[in-house]
Write a protein that binds this ligand. Structure first.
Ligand code: LMR
Length: 342
C-alpha cells in the first residue's frame, strides 16, 4: 500500500511511513537521571531524534510524569519509564539499550569543585556500570554526571569486574565545552556558532579543559590575550552558570543540548555514517594518562579511531603539560577509590 499510495501521489500517514521498512529509527536510548534538571530537557530533545525508536527514562522518582508528558509529543519515538531506588528498576530500564546516557547525581553548589562531588556521585557510576553489565553489555555508555574526570575511570573499573569492559564503548561527555567554545568564539568573531569548530582536549574541569585555538576553524582572528581570556571563560563557564543560578544548581539546558548532540553522534556512528567526529573523554593512550579527551571518530562499535592530539603550539603544549599532573591525580584517586569498594 505504501508504494502504491506514493505512486498515486497520496500522502502516506507518518506512522505507516515509519513502519514500512525505510525506518532509520532503530535504536533504544536510556536516560538515567531522566527526572532531573538535565535529564528532562535531554529527554525532550531525544524524543525528537529520528534515529531513536525507544526512549526509556529512568530515575529514582518523577519519570512516570515526565514519560506521560513526553509521550504526547507527536514524534514516533516510543517513551517508557522505570523508577525506584531498587537496582532492579535500573537493570530493567537498561535492558537491550544501544546507548545509555547518564545524568543522575547531584550538581555542584557555588564554591564547590567538580571533584568534591565524587563521594556523592560515585555510586551512580557503580550502579549504572553494574546494571549495564547485566542488561546491555554492548551498549555505548556516556556519562554527563560529574566529576567526569573521575567517574569514567570508576565506571571502567566496575565494567572490568563484570567482564564487559570495552574501552571503545565508554565516554565522558565533554561536548558542552565545545558548545561553549563555539558560542564564545562566534560572538568574538561575529559568526554563526554553527560555522565554528575547535577541538577541546584533556578533561572536563578547570585547567584540564584545553581548547586548541591553533586548530580553530575558521582560523581564530584574536591575539594571544584574546586566546587567554576566552580559554579562561570556557574553563570557568560551569562556574558562570552556577553563580548565576545562585544555589539552584548548575548548567542544565546547555548541558542537555550538548549531550543530545553527543548522543546523536553516537547513533550516527552506530548507523555507520562516515566522518562522525566528536571530542570525548575516553580510555586513551595518546598521553601518559589512561583517560584523556581528544577528537574521536565514531562508528558501529563506538570509537572507530582515536584521532589523538592535534599538533599544539608552544603555549598549548605548556598548558597540556601543566594540566597532566592534576588530571593524572584525579584519575589515580578515582581508580584507587573504585578498587577499595569493588
Ligand atoms: C558544566 O560544565 O556546566 C557542568 O560540568 C556542571 C558543573 O558542575 O559546572
Amino acid at each position: 500500500l505504501g508504494v502504491k499510495a506514493q505512486l498515486a501521489g497520496v500522502p502516506i500517514p507518518r506512522n505507516n511511513w515509519y513502519r514500512n521498512g525505510r525506518d532509520e529509527r532503530n535504536y533504544k536510548v536510556t536516560v538515567v537521571g531522566a527526572g532531573g534538571g538535565i535529564g528532562q530537557p535531554l529527554s525532550l530533545l531525544l524524543k525528537q531524534n529520528p534515529l531513536i525508536h525507544q526512549l526509556t527514562l529512568h530515575d529514582l522518582s518523577k519519570t512516570k510524569g515526565v514519560a506521560a508528558d513526553l509521550s504526547h509529543i507527536c514524534t514516533p519515538t516510543q517513551v517508557d519509564f522505570f523508577e525506584g531506588v531498587q537496582q532492579q528498576a535500573l537493570i530493567d530500564a537498561l535492558q537491550d539499550s544501544h546507548v545509555v546516557v547518564v545524568s543522575a547525581g547531584q550538581p555542584r553548589k557555588p564554591g564547590m569543585t567538580r571533584g568534591e562531588l565524587l563521594s556523592t556521585n560515585a555510586a551512580v557510576a557503580m550502579a549504572v556500570s553494574c546494571a549495564a553489565g547485566i542488561s546491555c553489555p554492548q551498549a555505548l555508555l556516556a556519562f554527563i554526571t560529574n566529576p567526569i574526570n573521575m567517574l569514567v575511570p570508576i565506571a571502567a573499573e566496575f565494567l572490568k569486574v563484570k567482564g564487559v569492559y570495552d574501552p571503545k564503548r565508554l565516554f565522558g561527555i565533554t561536548t558542552l565545552d565545545v558548545v561553549r567554545a563555539k558560542t564564545f568564539i562566534a560572538d568574538f568573531m561575529n559568526l554563526n556558532p554553527a560555522m565554528v569548530d575547535i577541538p577541546i582536549i584533556g578533561g572536563h574541569s578547570g585547567d584540564t579543559i584545553l581548547p586548541v585555538f591553533s586548530h580553530c576553524s575558521p582560523q581564530f582572528t584574536g591575539n594571544e590575550e584574546d586566546v587567554e581570556r576566552l580559554t579562561n571563560r570556557i574553563q570557568q563557564a560551569g562556574n558562570e552558570v552556577i553563580e548565576a543560578k545562585a544555589g539552584q544548581g548548575s548548567a542544565t539546558h546547555s548541558m542537555a543540548f550538548a549531550s543530545a548532540r553527543f548522543v546523536n553522534a553516537l547513533l550516527r556512528g552506530l548507523n555507520n555514517e562516515a566522518n562522525v567526529i566528536e571530542c570525548a573523554y575516553v580510555d586513551s593512550d595518546v598521553t601518559e594518562l589512561p583517560f584523556f579527551a581528544t577528537p574521536v571518530l565514531l562508528g558501529p562499535n563506538g570509537i572507530k579511531e582515536n584521532l589523538g592530539l592535534p599538533e599544539l603550539n608552544s603555549a598549548e603544549q605548556d598548558a597540556l603539560e601543566r594540566m597532566l599532573p592534576e588530571l593524572g591525580e584525579s584519575i589515580k584517586l578515582a581508580i584507587e577509590f573504585a578498587q577499595t569498594v569493588i
